[in-house]
Design a protein around this ligand. Structure first.
Ligand SMILES: Cc1ncc(C[n+]2csc(CCOP(=O)(O)OP(=O)(O)O)c2C)c(N)n1
Ligand code: SF4
Length: 270
């Protein structure tokens, strides 16, 4: 029999038990993302009082209630401006923002572009379930063309937005895409993003069986996870192509830059 993998202490230290049970649906990818995030906090040896987690509204936004750190559950689309204020005031803190696709690049799209352009030291984890989950399955900016949703009952007419390409083009100094079908790789990518000093974006393809799954005829979360495995490929750039598959990987890890909050603090102290 294979050796048992020792149980991690991360959930014990980093999850607020008093808020359990959580509100997420069975089989939702958000549990995998949260677990990998807190595992990395533990592996990095960070303390609960030096990590700030800022979220907006949505299923993803609920994560700020569950993480045992310094947390703010702010308004829809405004997690990054809030996180920016915190980082500017406290460059020593590890500031992480968990965003839904609607939250991050729909209503919060302009903030996303400017955080990337400024290269402020925030880790932005965008949980891309390709739909508005919390409010009942409306089409989001990343809903694929032709996909049915509660607002596109005959199929989405619009092209879908590519979050990694957006981050890349806006100048984020770390850009990666991973998915929930490979939690180990997801954790490794999140760790690299957390260690990165500038604006780091991790786009996570994640399953919403309740809405995206039901509308696309794939209500079983296991099927959705298999879909990620079968329809992605490892790539070096978000522009790499292989059939109709989605590229995943670390697309940029640039170390040659000036992080904004530290540069500002240095100017102030001159
Ligand atoms: C200013 C504002 N507009 C709209 C809403 C309603 N609203 C709450 S959550 C949500 C969608 C969430 O979708 P997404 O950001 O993709 O996150 P998910 O729930 O899928 O994780 C919307 C439209 C709101 N709370 N505030
Ligand atoms: S509605 Fe979708 S994204 Fe929200 S908790 Fe349920 S499965 Fe997850």
């Amino acid at each position: 029999m294979a050796d048992r993998i020792p149980l991690s202490k991360a959930p014990e230290r980093w999850i607020r038990k008093k808020y359990l049970p959580h509100i997420w649906c069975p089989g939702c990818g958000l549990g995998t993302v949260l677990r990998q995030l807190v595992e990395q906090f533990e592996k990095l040896g960070w303390n609960n009082d030096e990590v700030v987690v800022v979220t907006g509204i949505g299923c993803t936004g609920r994560a700020s209630g569950y993480v045992n750190a310094q947390t703010i559950h702010t308004i829809h689309g405004r997690a990054l401006p809030t996180a920016t204020g915190i980082k500017m005031a406290r460059p020593d803190m590890h500031v992480v923002s968990l965003l839904g696709d609607g939250d991050g690049v729909g209503i919060g799209g302009n903030h996303f572009i400017h955080a990337a352009k400024r290269n402020i030291g925030i880790t932005a984890i965008v949980v891309n379930n390709r739909i508005y989950g919390m409010t009942g399955g409306q089409a989001s900016p990343t809903t694929p063309t032709g996909t049915k949703s509660s607002t596109t009952p005959y199929g989405n007419l619009e092209p879908s937005m590519d979050i990694s390409k957006l981050a890349f083009g806006a100048g984020a100094t770390f850009v990666a895409r991973a998915h929930t079908a490979n939690p180990v790789y997801l954790g490794q990518v999140i760790r690299r993003a957390l260690e990165h000093d500038g604006f780091a974006v991790v786009e996570v393809l994640s399953q919403c069986p309740t809405y995206f799954g039901r509308y696309t005829g794939m209500p079983d979360p296991v099927e959705m996870v298999k879909w990620f495995q079968e329809n992605t490929f490892m790539a070096k750039s978000p522009y790499d192509e292989q059939e109709d598959k989605i590229p995943v990987g670390v697309f940029r890890d640039d170390k040659n830059f000036r992080e904004l909050s530290k540069a500002y603090r240095a100017l102030w102290e001159e």
